[in-house]
Design a protein around this ligand. Structure first.
Ligand code: CAA
Length: 384
């Protein structure tokens, strides 16, 4: 039975900063951020927004009444969860109006969580073909003002509806997973921001891609020519490029150029958003499908998922005839174009204005979903 992605959508907050402005403020050559890191803009979120509001906004756009009746599992992958115990998926289940007889939970493994969710969903649908599973990747990527990771921040969510006989991508059964106990990026309990060994994380990312790619090709008897494109986890857009160049250096030049051209199409949105942690790989997939004119039905797309710590997975899917009809490039371009540009002073003020969860407070915000009140440490949401 074919199982895969039937619908997919992303949401990002309505504020961003320009990376050239950030470079000037940090007294860095702007080329370091725009070429060396590969980012043009960076999404910024206010304290009235969290992973639940991003996730609800991303999912609401694609869910119809019949989906809400058929969904029997809601899975959230996140690195920036809002509770150590209660899953954000439970809140989302209510906010979105999913029928009650469903399983809702959250998965954590840095930027890998949503990929684990997809694999769980796939097995569930194979056993229950009528089921639909909502998998959401939602995060706020923050390292701190003036930190090394500052230019690689971002925020937002990707929502995916997984079904049997999907209309976008059917998954192959070719997953290759790798676990390595490494401290390249982690967030101890009580820490607002992750700890990161940036240069080690770059190296582990590249080594992980090399290992899963080689093992994947050996096990499945495949090579680069079997892939129309490869989508990467994109912490910043130069990262996937570095992995591609390191791993495909021995391939013939035409193949390297072909894969790199598709990679460029997969980073169109990330260049304007930054890191989504769990959602980055899937934002890259949306970007590829919406911005490439070189793909067609039956094409095989490789997906490289990487979560620091470190767990990585390479898997693939085939494009379904008519997949273009399930996308929404116009709405996504509009979402990005209509955002408000912040000055660096405004960004810093928003950054330091953090949500005090132990203090009761009320807020108002124009966005469809936002935190309207904190009472007794509980977040109450304004619903669209
Ligand atoms: N013009 C053009 N390029 C320039 C330049 C200039 N004037 N100045 C510097 N550069 C280039 C450098 O040569 C370098 O390119 P290469 O990596 O290709 O050599 C690039 O800009 C970055 O320069 P540095 O390495 O000196 O930058 P840095 O020390 O400030 O750190 C970083 C960069 C490690 C990515 C840091 O931003 C960071 O720690 N980010 C967070 C961690 C991260 O994203 N890791 C990615 C892998 S882990 C992962 O994927 C999980 C996840 O989502 C977190």
């Amino acid at each position: 039975m074919n199982v895969g992605i039937d619908k997919i959508n992303f949401f990002v907050p309505p504020y961003y900063i320009d990376m050239v402005d950030l470079a000037h403020a940090r007294e860095v050559d702007p080329n370091k951020f725009t070429i060396g890191i590969g980012q043009d803009q960076m999404a910024v979120s206010k304290k009235t927004q969290d992973i639940v509001t991003f996730a609800a906004s991303a999912a609401k756009e694609i869910l119809e009444p019949e989906d809400l009746q058929a969904i029997d599992m809601v899975i959230v992958g996140t690195e920036s969860g809002i509770d150590e115990s209660k899953a954000s998926a439970v809140v989302l289940h209510r906010l979105l109006g999913v029928q009650p007889f469903a399983r809702s939970f959250e998965i954590k493994e840095a930027c890998y969580g949503a990929t684990a969710g997809i694999q769980f969903a796939k097995t569930h649908i194979q056993a229950n073909p009528e089921s639909k599973v909502l998998v959401i990747a939602s995060d706020i990527a923050r390292y701190g003002l003036r930190s090394g990771g500052e230019p690689t921040q971002g925020a937002g969510a990707v929502a995916m509806l997984l079904t049997a006989n999907p209309r976008i991508l059917t998954f192959e059964n070719d997953n290759l997973m790798l676990t390595q106990d490494i401290y390249d990026f982690w967030r101890p309990l009580g820490h607002a921001y992750p700890m990161v060994d940036g240069h080690l994380s770059n190296q582990v990312y590249i080594d992980s891609f090399k290992k899963v790619w080689q093992a994947h090709c050996e096990r499945n008897q495949t090579s680069i020519s079997d892939y129309a494109a490869i989508s990467f986890h994109i912490p910043y857009t130069k990262m996937g490029k570095k992995a591609l160049l390191a791993v495909f250096a021995d391939e013939v030049e035409t193949e390297q150029e072909r894969v790199m051209a598709r990679y460029e199409e997969s980073i169109v949105y990330s260049r304007r958003i930054g890191n989504l942690y769990t959602g980055s790989l899937y934002l890259g997939l949306i970007s590829l499908l919406e911005n490439s004119s070189h793909l067609s039905a039956g094409d095989r797309i490789g997906l490289f998922s990487y979560g620091s710590g470190a767990v990585s997975e390479f898997f693939s899917g085939r494009l379904v005839a008519g997949y273009q009809n399930q996308l929404n490039k116009e709405a996504h371009t509009q979402l990005l174009d209509q955002r408000q540009k912040l000055s660096i002073e405004e960004y810093e003020a928003i950054f330091t204005d953090s949500l005090e969860i132990d203090q009761d407070a009320a807020f108002s915000d124009d966005l469809p979903y936002s935190i309207r009140e904190i009472k007794n440490t509980i977040r109450y949401y304004k619903e669209s």
